[in-house]
Ligand binder design. Structure first.
Ligand code: NAP
Length: 274
């Protein structure tokens, strides 16, 4: 029987620990959240972030800018927030409208306030083992493994996906935890041959139910980062859960696995700083 890794419970546990710390130590934290345009999914994410801040005891400042906002106006706002001493975290909700250069915007955020961990300085610090903010979703995966009693050191870990926000930082974090790490991508030859070596397989490929039991070694741990809505409006991941779960020793469900961890780790970054 496999272990179901419960991201809902673990994310709640993390938020409760942070809430207690903020209250006990009287910490003053403030997160500025910037949203540009009317993307409905972004609206939901931003609201969830505001709610989580309220729960933990972090002040949140909300900047909901019109679709027509220029790149220059957005950069000016970030510059102002960079210099505001009482703001310790700045988050720009992605995606941005197409007339704004995302890279330029992420680069404008002061790395000491980069709670999303997307700034090249944060990424560089992660790669060379210096303190810095770590991207929330991969940081959440590490917490899921640790808090479920799954040893990482010495394990063969395979990550499918090399995106800047999930695959690459995920691999660096597993390496930091002393795993042996292989990264796969769309040009990987014989993907299954590689994934079947994994003691821990992290899937961030962005394709609904792509991974079935033929990709997985018997008894492996499988972490599914993917989120999709299927034809019936139900959420599913990059892994075909029903086919894969019986062959694993532990697996994350979708929903209720990696998903809730992202906001919990954002709250962690806001409270703990670098
Ligand atoms: P992405 O930027 O689209 O990256 C997908 C990666 O998968 C790429 O590196 C791509 O390779 C690789 N890939 C695509 N097809 C492949 C194939 N046939 N074989 C091997 N590799 C293949 O996606 P992402 O932003 O990393 O997100 C991945 C998934 O996680 C999505 O479902 C997303 O919705 C989800 N997600 C969830 C959370 C959360 O839970 N909070 C956060 C972020 C993302 P190339 O580089 O060669 O193109």
């Amino acid at each position: 029987m496999y272990q179901l890794i419960d991201g809902k419970r673990i994310s709640q546990e993390i938020k409760d620990e942070l809430k207690e710390k903020v209250a006990k130590q009287g910490l003053k934290r403030c997160l500025a959240v910037i949203k540009v345009g009317n993307d409905p999914a972004s609206g939901v994410y931003v609201n969830n972030k505001k709610k989580a801040c309220e729960y933990v005891g972090i002040q949140s400042l909300s900047y909901e800018l019109a679709e027509e906002t220029t790149e220059e106006e957005l950069l000016k706002l970030i510059e102002e927030l960079n210099t505001k001493e009482d703001v310790n975290g700045i988050l720009v909700q992605l995606p941005l409208p197409s007339h704004i250069d995302e890279d330029k915007v992420l680069l404008a955020i002061d790395p000491t306030k980069d709670v999303d961990g997307f700034h090249p300085v944060s990424v560089g610090n992660l790669s060379i083992g210096r303190p810095g903010y770590v991207s929330c979703t991969p940081a959440g995966v590490i917490q899921l493994l640790k808090r479920s009693g799954i040893e990482i050191a010495g394990k063969e870990c395979v990550v499918i996906g090399r995106s800047n926000i999930v695959g690459k930082p995920m691999s660096m974090l597993l390496l930091r935890e002393n795993a042996t790490v292989t990264i796969c991508h769309s040009r990987t030859r014989d993907l299954k041959e590689v994934t079947k070596r994994a003691d821990i397989l992290v899937v961030a490929i962005g394709k609904p139910r792509f991974v079935d039991e033929t990709f997985v070694k018997e008894g492996a741990v499988v972490i599914d980062v993917g989120i999709h809505r299927n034809e019936n409006g139900k959420l599913c991941g990059d892994v075909d859960f029903d086919k894969v779960a019986p062959h694993t020793s532990a697996i994350t469900p979708v929903p209720g696995g990696v998903g809730p961890m992202t906001i919990a780790m954002l709250m962690h970054n806001c409270v703990e700083g670098i």
